[in-house]
Design a protein around this ligand. Sequence first.
Ligand code: NAP
Length: 247
Amino acid sequence: MLKDKVAIVTGSVRGIGKEIAMLYAENGAKVVINYPMHSMGQEAKDVVLEIESKGGTAIAVCADVSSFEESKALIDKTISTYGKLDILVNNAGITKDMLLLRMTEEEFDKVISVNLKGVFNCTKHASRAMLKSGGSIINMASVVGIAGNVGQANYAASKAGVIGFTKSVAREFGQKNVRVNAIAPGFIVSDMTDKLSDSIKESVTGNIPMKRFGSMRDVANTALFLGSDLATYITGEVIKVDGGMAM
Ligand code: NAP
């Protein structure tokens, strides 16, 4: 589905990002694995080796997406290696959950800088290459950005911002055949949700019509569809992958 396409997936050494990168590579894309400076480069190399062992093509590039300059270096390295960029998946994200009364300025700023400013940084630098030949930008939002969540004012604000950013840039880039969409996962089995207590998991599951958390593959399949030519008339869309939770 992605034969000969070049894709960057930010924050792709583990979790949903890794799942998307592996699925993209399986579907013929040349993939850029991205990891932040504090992460271990060896893990990124291992993901590249895993992709190569399955016949795929990948490189690993260290860049903190919250840095404007490092995001530029990530895009530049992709273009100098593969000559173009077709798909950008802005997946990197963090949580620093706290009730608002106790949330520090640093906890608010950090989440916004990675989750929202990071999406701006990578999209801004990728746009120059993409506006020449078209492309697909996929931003990882969250149902929390639509419905809000106790203890996640910073995270919800960042993801609501991602949704507004997605729709605005979709309007700006539509004529140039650059599609910009968001995925809003609900609760996905992952390190991020493993931190939740059993009682919270139980009460969340009770509110999901499908009565289970989603899998990382559920999210990756949606990213595959949006990145592919099956979605060529879809832009400015927010696709919820949440088992019906936020209807
Ligand atoms: P995860 O397991 O915590 O993975 C996040 C990845 O982003 C990690 O590889 C992390 O690297 C990387 N990262 C963090 N800060 C970065 C930075 N400044 N620059 C570049 N990379 C950075 O999270 P996940 O569950 O896979 O979530 C992926 C995305 O889906 C996030 O945007 C998240 O908000 C969204 N989402 C997740 C869920 C869920 O239920 N899991 C639900 C809704 C939305 P390090 O590990 O080295 O820090």
